[in-house]
Design a binder for this molecule. Sequence first.
Ligand code: AMP
Length: 280
Amino acid sequence: MKVFKTIDSIQNYLSINDKNKSLGFVPTMGALHKGHLSIVNKAKNENSIVIVSIFINPTQFNNTDDLNKYPITLENDLKMLETEHCDIVFVPSVNEIYSKSIKSDDFDFDGLDKVMEGEFREGHFDGVGTIVKKLFEIIQPDYAYFGEKDFQQLQIIRKMVEKNNLPVKIIGCEIYREDDGLAMSSRNTRLSAKQRNEAPLIYKTLLKAVKLFPEKDIDFVKNMVKKVFETNDTLVLEYIEIADIETLNPALIKNKDNKYRAFIAVFAGEIRLIDNVDLN
Ligand code: AMP
């Protein structure tokens, strides 16, 4: 497994590689867990060469405390990637990526960025678009893999690729969960024992929503979720939304031709956890 820290070194290496070999790319912010590895594994099965990037992107953090406390476990990440037979890891510094200024570009995502995560994390998706576009330009992958854990991000990346005619295919990957249903996340390691104990309630409640959705109207389902968290003193609901999977517009009534997902954000103390489920 090769590890590169600079744009020049990875591009030099890639330039001598066979252009007919398909290149699969998995961008991450490190603190890897089995959810990330499941994506690497999928990319490995579908490509000749797999590149993982590890870069904590400052411009997508709307909260400096969250950025400063983001877990860094590089040595362990590299070991895990080696075990997963990853071919190349790209670990650039902030200066390497943002040589001029640590700023986002402005994107037009046709409103996909105005709801849910976009509403509660100002500037987040411009930061995501900025780093993913830069990484695509550096690596020029054939396929890029993103988790449905961040479903809104996945749809936004698809939009960015479509609008900019970028020559890469975006592949969505299923959410990987702990045995108790909690969606794996690098932030889970920051949970206290009590918070970790309560956190599976998030997915449990989403599963209740899946069950109710065919029979009940949208408000009823959302109110059920709100009530569950009103009576829990460890987890604080930030939002529950039921949205069309294409436009991400919050749905008011169900249309049988559309597909929907439920999206949730919950605080455990200062740690913010997100999850989502398919409602069809
Ligand atoms: P992150 O390091 O959190 O930026 O995540 C890197 C990629 O892994 C993103 O495409 C995430 O959506 C994806 N990811 C994170 N957690 C999971 C999970 N539990 N299951 C599937 N994909 C995930």
